[in-house]
Design a protein around this ligand. Structure first.
Ligand SMILES: Cc1cc2nc3c(=O)[nH]c(=O)nc-3n(C[C@H](O)[C@H](O)[C@H](O)COP(=O)(O)OP(=O)(O)OC[C@H]3O[C@@H](n4cnc5c(N)ncnc54)[C@H](O)[C@@H]3O)c2cc1C
Ligand code: FES
Length: 274
């Protein structure tokens, strides 16, 4: 049965939020998990983080940034259209505990993914500070949503058009000078997650990153999502996507993410979705 898109709104150029009716997937959903969607009957399967859900209504919310063929086909759909498959929840929930002060850092679609984590950490008695990073003001996503949940939210933009001029690590460095931080979670582009992990490692602050490895089946059978964590091969789809940022081999992750670029370019060239 295809899955209806109930709402769609544009958050930034090439970036949309969608609310989808997928009651089975929402039943056991936990913060940090993801779904795999197939947009068309013959299309590829792509993983997307969950940015929110309503179990009573059977709806879930995703943030999609168009970067290639399938994500472009998806953002071209509108409310009233259908997605062929929505499979989930997949992956392990985030490490939710009572830490003390937590800093949650989101870049791009990662800001949507930290929202359910923030909500649950606050419910467990933590103080939660959110940091949103973007290149420029118009790419800052979900700021109002995050402000409505967190104790404090900071923004960084590369060009200084909103919040602090610089990177999320500049904001994090400031927070670390102001107060003790007991846990950091970063979700977004790999260079951002790597830089955050490098900053927190010498301070021994527990740091989680959500690894956006290439995934196919999402159930531990194909091996596409192999990542190296602490010198051991792990499958991001069933053992992650969250891992200890101090243990991740980010260089290997980037290498594997780029493996199919010639095929991805070809797929985009052949697509009528542009
Ligand atoms: C756990 C997880 C959660 C994610 N959450 C989100 C999200 O909430 N919103 C969002 O916009 N994006 C998310 N992504 C990334 C998203 O899956 C990719 O952008 C998408 O698959 C790109 O497919 P494409 O055909 O549009 O682009 P392509 O041109 O095919 O690929 C562009 C780049 O995206 C990556 N990619 C391609 N195929 C896959 C795949 N099957 N699995 C993972 N990465 C792939 C590769 O690095 C590739 O170079 C997530 C990825 C993972 C692993
Ligand atoms: S996506 Fe196939 S094993 Fe993880």
């Amino acid at each position: 049965m295809p899955y209806p898109i109930l709402k769609k709104s544009e958050l930034a150029p090439n970036t949309v939020m969608m609310q989808i009716y997928a009651p089975l997937a929402t039943k056991k959903m936990q913060p940090g998990q993801f779904v795999i969607v197939r947009v068309t009957p013959n299309g590829e399967r792509i993983p997307l983080s969950i940015s929110g859900w309503d179990r009573d209504k059977g709806t879930l919310r995703i943030i999609v940034q168009a970067v290639g063929r399938t994500s472009t086909e998806l953002i071209n759909l509108n409310a009233g259209d259908f997605i062929e498959d929505v499979v989930g929840p997949l992956g392990q929930p985030s490490h939710l505990d009572r830490y003390g002060t937590c800093v949650l850092i989101g870049g791009g679609y990662g800001t949507g993914a930290i929202i359910p984590i923030a909500r649950e950490l606050i419910a467990r008695g933590n103080k939660v500070i959110g940091i949103i990073g973007a290149r420029t003001k118009e790419l800052v996503l979900m700021e109002d949503d995050l402000r409505s949940i967190c104790h404090r939210v900071e923004v960084s933009t590369n060009d200084g058009s909103s919040g602090t001029k610089g990177l999320v690590t500049d904001v994090l460095a400031g927070i670390l000078k102001q107060e003790p931080v007991h846990m950091v979670t970063a979700i977004g582009p790999v260079p951002m997650m790597k830089a955050v992990s490098i900053m927190t490692r010498p301070l021994k602050i527990k740091t989680f990153v959500s690894l956006n490895a290439i995934m196919v089946d999402g159930t531990g059978m194909c091996g596409a999502c192999r990542v190296e964590v602490g010198g051991v091969t792990r499958f991001a789809c069933i053992e992650g996507p969250d891992f200890d940022g101090h243990q991740v081999n980010f260089d290997e992750l980037v290498y594997r993410q780029k493996m199919y670029i010639p095929y991805e370019k070809k797929a985009m060239e052949l697509c009528t979705c542009k």
